[in-house]
Structures are given as structure tokens and as C-alpha cells.
Ligand binder design. Structure first.
Ligand SMILES: *Cc1c(COP(=O)(O)O)cnc(C)c1O
Length: 455
């Protein structure tokens, strides 16, 4: 699709609508002449293009960053020209309805048959809301999450005045359920956060095995699928990209879910989502509604969100994107499948390399690896990873990677052959979240091997 064409159409469509109202003159205080605009615009584009990383390019294989789909850009901009606010129905009925529809698609993707949910500005706020509701249901009891969970859980426990209980992980970075059970036996925990795709390396906690613990210890189960949620579209899929379905199918039985459309849902930043299986939890939000109970058909989004103003444009962007690339295996699933195949392919290449070593097998589309070093010690791994990162970026044909700090114990379970001479080491990390990565991993691998070769 031609972005220029559709941005022009967006402006035109909204102007046509505006023209149906009586004419008026814009106020002179808002006037900006073209020449001044041109120079300010030059300054803007100059700064943006001088001081940025090429997130769009297949040779950017670093952090969780990529531009939104053009459909999201057009949806966002078109609605933004009206600028509805989804804090209340009269802030923009059209985008409030779109939000409800897009959220229902997310709930259906996870297999929820009932839900209450809404979009948020971020995964952080979405998790805050889920933990807030959890606290209201289990006052005085804390929250358990894996040691590899996003740092937001520790931070939000602090904000909410709840005690956080980090739980050790296994050799794949997944929560160790025996260790969790030890914590649950104390009776201090009311909520368990399970991560479906850790931010570091995409590990998926054994959600299906945690279900039994909910009944045994009377805890709530919250799934933080901010990064990995959309991978549920690959659960049980044919082909190398297919994921073991059990943890993903179990999500439908958990009490709440967070997913970030601004990570794997092709959206610009400012789009997270929280979903609750039981619509009744709407009662915990302070509101002045005449309703005494909430169902997804009568919810009033402003009354079930901790945030007040929220961009209707985010809902429009997600809604339009889902019309074209729906959250189904044949829609968005194909986008995720390509990134996952890329990660598996790269992991194979690294396994056969004598210059690079695989840190652990990728579960989703994130690859962790490090240069093979002599002597084989953590301090050397750390220095070599840091050097590959900086050399890669400053090269004439640059490659962009990221690093991740791995602790000595985590390293020892995966690579006992590496001497633990220091507390931990940076390893290299590549998030292959663009489907184009699939056609560039060979090249990326060659480039990183070159960079890592001892000189
Ligand atoms: C990114 C992420 C978050 C935080 O979400 P933001 O949208 O960055 O605020 C929380 N949990 C996980 C697992 C994440 O990957």
C-alpha cells in the first residue's frame, strides 16, 4: 500500500466531513507560514535521521523495535485528525466501539469466552491494572513472579504496597514450579504472574502446569504476555514454527492477561491491553456508573480503566490493522511464523559455528548467543560480546545487535564449560521480530561471525 496516497486520502476524508459543518475562520494565533514550517521541519527530520537506529532494516537485529504497519499509521493519523478520547463514550463513540471490537478479537485469540478489557498506553499500565485487581481480590497477600519476569512486576508491587516474591527459573529461563510451590506453601502469595515470552530471551513459563497450583493454593493466575501473547497463533501449528500448544491453550483458563499490540501487533507505541476473564472485576474501579455489574457489551471504557485520557487513535489503528491482518493463524500468525523460523534457522547456524555459541535454544523469536572465546571464561565472553556490539554498529555495512546480562549461575546451568571468573557476562541478543529477518539470517550470521572472529 502506498503510504503517501493513503495519508492524503485520510486528510481528505476528514476534511470532507469537517466541511459538512458551517464554515469558520481559523484563529490567527495558530497561523504558521510555510517558510517557517519548512525550516522547523528540516530541523526535525535532520535530528530524527541523524540520531537513530534503522529499526526497519533487516540488519537491525537488536532490541524489540520496529516501525508500525502502514495500515496502523494511516488508521492512527486519520483518527488523530479528529482526536477522539476513549476515556468516555462522548469522547468519541466511533473509536470506543472500535476499541471494544479490537479487544474482543484479542480475547478470542486467547480463547476467553467471557472478558472485560481495554487498551492501555503500555504493558506496564496494563500489568499495573491486573495486579491492582489481584490485590483487591487477595488483600494482604503478595505476588510471585519468575526471576526472569519483566522488572515492572517488582516495581508495581512496590507501587501497590504488595510484597513481590521472585521465583527461580530452570535452565530454559522458565519459572521453576517446585520453587513456586515452596513459596505458595507459606500462604503469603495471592497471585502468580506467569510470563508467556520473557523480555530477555522469550522463555514461556509452564502455564498449563501452574493451573493445578491455583486450585491447591487458592491463588489468582495472571499471564504477562506483553511480548509473547501473539505467539499463541503458532500454538500447535504445522511446520518448524509450530509451538507446543499446552502453555498457550492454558492461558484461556487464567484470570487475566496482558498483551502489547505495540510489540507484536504491528502498532505504534501507546498500545497495550489488559483482559480479565471475569467481567465482574469491573467493580474494583472507582466509578460513578449506574451499572452494578459489567459485561463486555455494556462496559463503558472510561469506567474500567485507571488511566483517564486515552488516544482513540490507538484503537482506530489497531482496529484497521486487524481488518487487514487479523489476529488469526492465517493473518498475524504468518508474520510471527517468519520471525520464528528466522530464529530457529539462526540458532542452527550458530550451533554449527566454531566462532559463536548458542546461549540457549530460542523458544520464540529471540536468539541469545556469544562469541567462543579463549580462555573460556565469563570475563572474556563479556568483553567479546561488547566488542561485537560496538564494532557491528560502527561498520561500513552495519549490523545492530543488543546485549543481555547473564548471571554466573544462569550461565553455569547452560554452559558449565565456561569458567565463572566474574559475577556474570553480557551475551549477544537478537530479537527477530520483523518477518524480513527470515531472508537475512544467513547474511546476519556471516557478518556476526566475521565480527566475532579472534583477530
Ligand atoms: C515489554 C514488556 C512489559 C512492559 O511493557 P511496556 O509496554 O514496555 O510498558 C512487561 N512485560 C513483558 C514481558 C514485556 O516484554
Amino acid at each position: 500500500m502506498d503510504l503517501q496516497h493513503w495519508l492524503g486520502r485520510a486528510d481528505h476524508a476528514i476534511q470532507e466531513w469537517a466541511d459538512t459543518y458551517s464554515p469558520y475562520a481559523p484563529h490567527p494565533s495558530l497561523h504558521v507560514d510555510d517558510e517557517r514550517f519548512a525550516s522547523a521541519f528540516e530541523a526535525l527530520t535532520g535530528r530524527l535521521t541523524k540520531d537513530n537506529y534503522p529499526f526497519f532494516h533487516p540488519h537491525y537485529a537488536g532490541q524489540m523495535l520496529k516501525p508500525p504497519h502502514p495500515a496502523a499509521v494511516v488508521g492512527h493519523l486519520t483518527a488523530m485528525l479528529i482526536n477522539p478520547n476513549n476515556h468516555a463514550l462522548d469522547g468519541g463513540p466511533a473509536t470506543a466501539a472500535m476499541e471494544r471490537e479490537a479487544v474482543a478479537q484479542l480475547a478470542a485469540m486467547f480463547g476467553y469466552d467471557t472478558h472485560l478489557g481495554h487498551l492501555t498506553t503500555s504493558g506496564t499500565i496494563a500489568n499495573l491494572e491486573a495486579l491492582f485487581v489481584a490485590r483487591e481480590l487477595h488483600p494482604g497477600r503478595g505476588v510471585a513472579y519468575s526471576a526472569e519476569a519483566h522488572y515492572t512486576h517488582g516495581r508495581m508491587c512496590h507501587v501497590l504496597g504488595m510484597k513481590g516474591h521472585p521465583v527461580p527459573t530452570d535452565e530454559g529461563g522458565r519459572m521453576d514450579l517446585d520453587a513456586l510451590e515452596d513459596v505458595l506453601r507459606s500462604g503469603d502469595v495471592g497471585t502468580v504472574v506467569l510470563t508467556a515470552g520473557t523480555t530477555g530471551l522469550g522463555a514461556v513459563d509452564p502455564i498449563h502446569r501452574a493451573l493445578a497450583l491455583r486450585d491447591r493454593y487458592g491463588v489468582r493466575l495472571h499471564v504477562d504476555a506483553a511480548y509473547g501473547g501473539f505467539f499463541t497463533l503458532l500454538a500447535g501449528a504445522d511446520g518448524p514454527e509450530g509451538l507446543a500448544p499446552e502453555p498457550w491453550r492454558a492461558i484461556s483458563r487464567c484470570d487475566s492477561i496482558v498483551v502489547d499490540p505495540h510489540k507484536h501487533g504491528l502498532q505504534p507505541y501507546g498500545c497495550g491491553a489488559v483482559l480479565f476473564r471475569d467481567p465482574e472485576v469491573g467493580r474494583f474501579y472507582l466509578h460513578d456508573s449506574p451499572y452494578t455489574y459489567f459485561t463486555s457489551t455494556e462496559l463503558h471504557l472510561g469506567e474500567i480503566s485507571l488511566e483517564c485520557s486515552r488516544a482513540g487513535a490507538s484503537a482506530a489503528a489497531l482496529w484497521l490493522t486487524f481488518r487487514l491482518i487479523p489476529p488469526t493463524p492465517a493473518g498475524l500468525g504468518r508474520v510471527l511464523a517468519a520471525g520464528r523460523r528466522a530464529a530457529l534457522r539462526w540458532a542452527d547456524l550458530i550451533s554449527r559455528s566454531d566462532v559463536l555459541k548458542l546461549y540457549q535454544r530460542p523458544e520464540l523469536d529471540i536468539v541469545g548467543y556469544f562469541p567462543a572465546v579463549e580462555p573460556a571464561a565469563l570475563s572474556a565472553v563479556d568483553a567479546a560480546s561488547a566488542r561485537v556490539l560496538t564494532d557491528g554498529m560502527s561498520d561500513r555495512d552495519p549490523v545492530f545487535l543488543s546485549t543481555l546480562k547473564a548471571g554466573r549461575e544462569a550461565f553455569a546451568v547452560r554452559h558449565p564449560e565456561i569458567t565463572a571468573d566474574v559475577e556474570g557476562a553480557r551475551i549477544l541478543r537478537s530479537v527477530l521480530m520483523k518477518p524480513e529477518s527470515e531472508h537475512h539470517v544467513e547474511r546476519l550470521h556471516d557478518r556476526v561471525e566475521q565480527l566475532a572472529r579472534p583477530r
